[in-house]
Write a protein that binds this ligand. Sequence first.
Ligand SMILES: Nc1ccn([C@@H]2O[C@H](COP(=O)(O)OP(=O)(O)O)[C@@H](O)[C@H]2O)c(=O)n1
Ligand SMILES: [Ca+2]
Length: 495
Amino acid sequence: MSAQREMKEKNPWPVTIIIIVIGVIVIVALVTVAVLQNMPLSQKYKYGIVLDAGSSHTALYIYEWPAEKDNNTGRVQQTHVCKVQGPGISSYASEPWKAGESLMACMQEAQQRVPGKRHLETPLYLGATAGMRLLNMENSSASDAVFRAVERSLHTFPFNFQGARILSGQEEGAFGWVTVNYLADRLEQGLETTGALDLGGASTQISFVSSNYDGSESPSNSVTFRLYGNNYNLYTNSFLCYGKDQAMKLLLAQQTLLAPKTIVDPCFHPGYSEAVSYSGLYDSPCVSNRKPQGAPEAFNHTGSGNFLQCQDVVKSIFNFTYCKYSHCSFNGVFQPLLQGHFGAFSAYYFVMDFLNLTDTSIPLTKVKEVISSYCATPWDEVKRQHPGVKVKYLAEYCFAGAYILTLLTEGYNFTSDSYTQIEFIKKIKGSDAGWTLGYMLNLTNMIPAEAPDSPPLPYAGYVSFVTVMAVLLFVLVIVSTRRFWLRCSKRPQIV
Ligand SMILES: Nc1ccn([C@@H]2O[C@H](COP(=O)(O)OP(=O)(O)O)[C@@H](O)[C@H]2O)c(=O)n1
Ligand SMILES: [Ca+2]
């Protein structure tokens, strides 16, 4: 009887089970608290809005990023784009109020898209590019009136309006480069950067980092950045009047030096014929000083669709004869040696996409053949083959293709080898390539100069570590307890 009682008293199991249960509860509680306490906060978003007031059209972009993580690269992304109906704001010089009016529909859309409780804190920017640069040169009071009208409209919305202004060509080029490299996560990781090629309607930009360029040879082309702890010495240049639409004016001006009534343009399809008014053509500061004396009202713009001749006329709008630097692109502008990959966007993409030439592994000789065959196609047939495409764009793709090729190879000195380093892009990871994102990131200080401190372990690693350690500790306690009880039960009885 007494031996049985003794056995019962020495049986360690009830106590062990209690310890195990308490231990499991403690571990679960510990791990849960540790995990929940350090869990990334729920995904609330902040927003930013940028209006890109380009020469040909305006677009409104909405960006969002997780509210708690402003500084993380690749975190800001485009959630919506709204294309403003009608032409660019610079086209409203004679009736500025219409420029403000034109933005209302997209702004109302933005009001719907951004959650109401974020409206007051959401920054809103309008940046105007080469169309307004030209208007400002030509008629600064008209450009001021357009800005007043636009600001009046934007102030009527509940966002945190930060102003409307003209970007310099340098800013436009540099922010396009920031956008491309931010979206591709090349900045935070300190990877070799990608150059940016932006073809607009009124200006075109080239921006890249070249290891043999320190900025001293032509300081006005140099922009320095310190981003995530890395220094970048960026070369950038913007060519005003060398956007696709103004370059076409340069081309037409070249062919109307003697005020003809008809021109046969090799960059337009055979059978193409359109009346063009002299005053309309020469209204831009890019060509206004070249208007021929005694020009009639209009000329008949016809096409012959001859690519080789087209290339010759296109070449004649570039000046390659003088260069006071070690290397130049064209018009006496300094350019260091090309280096690395390039992303080409905006009209580069639209044109090359239409011509099925976005694949840059296609040899340049073949690219020329494709454009040449498009140029030679009769105008009626072109219209029949592409019923869904705007006739104005359709007519210009022959010129635009020849222009892009000449700009890249003769202007910027891309060779058949380095051409393969270009990628024609529209979007990167869902966000449009362009200057707007880089502009907003810069103005909101969202790219830190120094690399942000990061926790030694990622969250998943932290959770696994806490769990494994807790389980190990628990096993250790159980084993020690078992050994303690076993030792107690084996101790000789003192009678
Ligand atoms: N679907 C489209 C849209 C725009 N584009 C062209 O892309 C260019 C955009 O230029 P932009 O309005 O941004 O002008 P900038 O102020 O940047 O010089 C214009 O030449 C448009 O005609 C195009 O070729 N296809
Ligand atoms: Ca643009």
